[in-house]
Design a protein around this ligand. Structure first.
Ligand SMILES: Cc1cc2nc3c(=O)[nH]c(=O)nc-3n(C[C@H](O)[C@H](O)[C@H](O)COP(=O)(O)OP(=O)(O)OC[C@H]3O[C@@H](n4cnc5c(N)ncnc54)[C@H](O)[C@@H]3O)c2cc1C
Length: 451
């Protein structure tokens, strides 16, 4: 029997520990918080969207960064196997809109509870309130951990599942990146992702709280102008960066769905998805967010529709003649952008002006200032370079006996249960591989724990 050390009691770490222990090894799970799964608890607005019931192709499509790295992990432990696994350890699940899988109880605490019970059943020793400070390796196959109280723990293998930087209040300290770097690994540039956008001033404050459904959106590369050029760099890189610049007008992302205006910008599903692609691009170009409010209508159809509305309300002011087409909060914004007086009679609006209004409804755009920060980001984009990790085992190619799982990896996915699936699959494979390793005989060194 070998001893396997797992650092991080989140989704990936708990899965890895449970799987390794099931294979009969002694497993120690280190978690700095006073309880397991602090981030899991807040997932899915407290309901935990633990995976997605989509087919294999969709699963890969929803992984934004390095999906190919996950071939083995998903093959060993797919989303369907995840559902079956949770059902087998006592969690009843249900499938909702878009294939999102939740516990029937709607309580993320139940996901944590069944995982905790499984760890207990498999004899995993859970060390809560135990922060790992340093990880050392001895001859590339032996991991040594030093905790806050200076106690050392020895093991034959070590699984790093320390998560990323997003939502630091859950224990996301980025320690894993430091440990990996100290072990010789390269960590790619890190960005907050699945996060809102801040829009440039002046931003129409009355839009706050407005939710738009069934819209088409485009994120478009813009030119950098004078002063603006240096502002754009604030997401991490200065505007003078040597990275390739984007052609103005280039479409960086497009989607269909729902967004919501916040106090400083925009959020909601299509914005979070856009951020997954946009975060690294702030160093390459300015950007604006374009909204087609009427994607089902061509500009001619929309013009005809506006004409009809204006005919029916010909004696009303323009500001009172658009309420069949637009939410109240948007009417002033659209009219102001058109330059037409809001007090003109609808019947007196000329054809060219009407076309202009239709154009604004088809392409209402806002220059983007930046992405929100880690405090509100669902996930960290970037992480430990997957080129240095064996995708069939999750073992480091540089330090034998070290494994990685979860958000600490340079892998990120869209919303819908996909990020947790990455954590479960990579955690499962890391735990299984560590447990299946041929361990050298250690001559009692494991008894040698020191204070
Ligand atoms: C608000 C929010 C909602 C989300 N909702 C969903 C959702 O519904 N579906 C979905 O798929 N994804 C969701 N996610 C993403 C998902 O939570 C993460 O992908 C997932 O938790 C990553 O798991 P992990 O185990 O890699 O990291 P974590 O869950 O962050 O776990 C890492 C653990 O390591 C511990 N740790 C770190 N450093 C040390 C150290 N030095 N010593 C000891 N312990 C350490 C931390 O305390 C932490 O408990 C959400 C994220 C957020 C922020």
């Amino acid at each position: 029997m070998a001893r396997i050390l797992v650092v991080g009691g989140g989704a990936a770490g708990m899965m890895a520990a449970a799987v390794a222990a099931k294979k009969g090894h002694e497993v120690l799970l280190f978690e700095q918080n006073e309880k397991l799964g602090k981030k899991l608890y807040i997932t899915g607005k407290g309901r935990c969207n633990l995976t997605n019931a989509c087919d294999r192709e969709e699963l890969y499509k929803n992984v934004v960064t390095n999906p190919r790295f996950l071939y083995s992990a998903f093959a060993k432990f797919s989303n369907q196997e995840t559902i079956a696994y949770f059902n087998s350890i006592g969690l009843a699940t249900k499938i909702e809109r878009g294939g999102r899988v939740f516990p029937v109880s709607d309580h993320s605490s139940d996901v944590i509870r069944v995982l905790g019970q499984e760890l207990k059943r498999r004899g995993v020793k859970v060390l809560l309130g135990t922060k790992v400070k340093e990880i050392m390796d001895d001859n590339g196959c032996f991991a040594l951990l030093v905790t806050e109280d200076e106690k050392k723990y020895f093991g034959d293998a070590c699984i790093l599942a320390t998560g990323g930087l997003s939502y630091p209040t859950t224990g996301a300290t980025g320690d894993g990146y430091r440990f990996a770097s100290q072990l010789g690994h390269h960590v790619t540039e890190l960005f907050p992702s699945l996060v809102s956008f801040k829009l440039k001033e002046p931003f129409p404050a009355e839009l706050e709280g407005l939710s738009l459904k069934n819209i088409r959106v485009h994120l478009v590369a813009d030119l950098w102008y004078g002063e603006e050029k240096s502002e754009i760099g604030q997401q991490g890189k200065k505007a003078g960066s040597k990275k390739k610049k984007r052609r103005p007008g280039e479409i960086l992302f497009e989607d269909f769905g729902e967004l919501v205006f916040t106090g400083t910008g925009i959020s909601g599903p299509v914005v979070l998805s856009a951020s997954s692609y946009a975060a690294p691009l702030f160093a390459e170009c300015a950007m604006s967010f374009h909204i087609d409010l009427k994607p089902a209508l061509s500009i001619d159809q929309l013009d005809a529709r506006i004409l009809r509305d204006f005919d029916e309300a010909k004696n009303k002011c323009l500001k009172n003649a658009l309420d069949h087409l637009l939410p109240q909060k948007l009417i002033r914004v659209i009219i102001e952008r058109s330059g037409i007086s809001p007090d003109r009679q609808a019947g007196a609006i000329k054809k060219g002006e009407r076309r202009q209004l239709a154009g604004l409804l088809k392409d209402l755009y806002f220059p983007v200032q930046a992405c929100g920060g880690y405090a509100e980001a669902v996930i960290t984009k970037g992480g430990i370079d997957v080129g240095e990790i064996n995708p069939s085992t999750m073992e480091s190619r540089l330090v034998k006996g070290i494994y990685f799982a979860g958000e600490v990896l340079d892998v990120d996915a869209l919303t819908g249960g996909f990020n947790l699936q990455v954590a479960w699959s990579s955690g499962y494979l890391a735990g299984l591989s560590a447990a299946g390793k041929d361990f050298p005989v250690r001559n009692g060194i494991l008894e040698n724990e020191q204070k």
